[in-house]
Design a protein around this ligand. Structure first.
Ligand SMILES: Nc1ncnc2c1ncn2[C@@H]1O[C@H](COP(=O)(O)OP(=O)(O)OP(=O)(O)O)[C@@H](O)[C@H]1O
Ligand SMILES: Nc1nc2c(ncn2[C@@H]2O[C@H](COP(=O)(O)O)[C@@H](O)[C@H]2O)c(=O)[nH]1
Length: 216
């Protein structure tokens, strides 16, 4: 019997959350580079672009007015205010990818994750990243050198609040060594793809096995 292709299933939603600077963007990029069947959900935000960030690749950078219209028009799957800016997940591209059997990666905060859990719990795999220490978290934010000292301080001040939601996630990874965390993330994705409920083709395969035995 021909095994059904990996795309013969609905995709899953892999969510990464963490305090700012723990490594979501870094790990997301590595995962996307290593896995062609994974697509990134590109969020809309009212935050101004950081140096090097590209519109429609890193974020859809939109005005407050446009963001408000997206919310009012039901264009966002979830949205939240984080560090004084608005962020949200455009619904269309995510639905399209999931229906085509592609897995979607989200870099969103705990508020957005809670909203996705209400509407799509069966598809959702939630991973929370912790820094090895708060000192290291601050060092990473400073080393990234893309935010002002004031922004870094504001993000550090909000880290406890984000971390307090760690127990709402399915998996928690301490991102000390980047390679080790990356491998664990790959393992999670691989195992979640193998869940029985995500493999509709298995019933046909098992029926085929049983028919084959009857003919022996
Ligand atoms: N395991 C690691 N060891 C050392 N440095 C790391 C590790 N993971 C990420 N970094 C570095 O930490 C900095 C912050 O990482 P990154 O931008 O990926 O965080 P983030 O969680 O996406 O932050 P934000 O929520 O603000 O977008 C980057 O300079 C990145 O290179
Ligand atoms: N609820 C949502 N949170 C989001 C979304 N996109 C990003 N984020 C989170 O915002 C902070 C800050 O991000 P930054 O790029 O300004 O550093 C971080 O925790 C992201 O995970 C979204 O669409 N919805």
């Amino acid at each position: 019997m021909v095994q059904k292709s990996v795309h013969d299933r609905r995709g899953l939603m892999l969510v990464l959350s963490s305090p700012s600077g723990a490594g979501k963007t870094t790990l997301s990029r590595r995962l996307l580079d290593s896995d062609p069947s994974l697509v990134m959900s590109v969020s809309a935000t009212t935050r101004p672009p950081r140096p090097g960030e590209e519109d429609a690749k890193d974020y859809f950078f939109v005005s407050h007015e446009r963001f408000g219209a997206m919310v009012a028009g039901g264009e966002l799957l979830e949205h939240a205010e984080v560090f004084g800016n608005h962020y949200g997940t455009p619904r269309g591209p995510v639905m399209e990818a999931l229906n085509a059997g592609r897995d979607v990666l989200f870099d969103i905060d705990w508020q957005g994750t809670q909203q996705l859990a209400e509407s799509a719990s069966d598809d959702l795999v939630r991973v929370f990243l912790l820094p090895p220490s708060m000192r290291e978290l601050e060092a990473r934010l400073k080393k990234r050198a893309q935010d002002s000292a004031e922004t870094v301080a504001r993000r550090m001040a909000k880290a406890d609040g984000e971390i307090s939601h760690w127990a709402e996630y399915d998996y928690v990874l301490i991102n000390s060594d980047l390679d080790a965390t990356f491998e664990r993330l790959q393992t999670i994705l691989e195992a979640e793809r193998l869940r029985r409920r995500r493999r509709p083709g298995l019933s046909d395969f098992v029926r085929g096995l049983l028919r084959e035995r009857e003919m022996l």
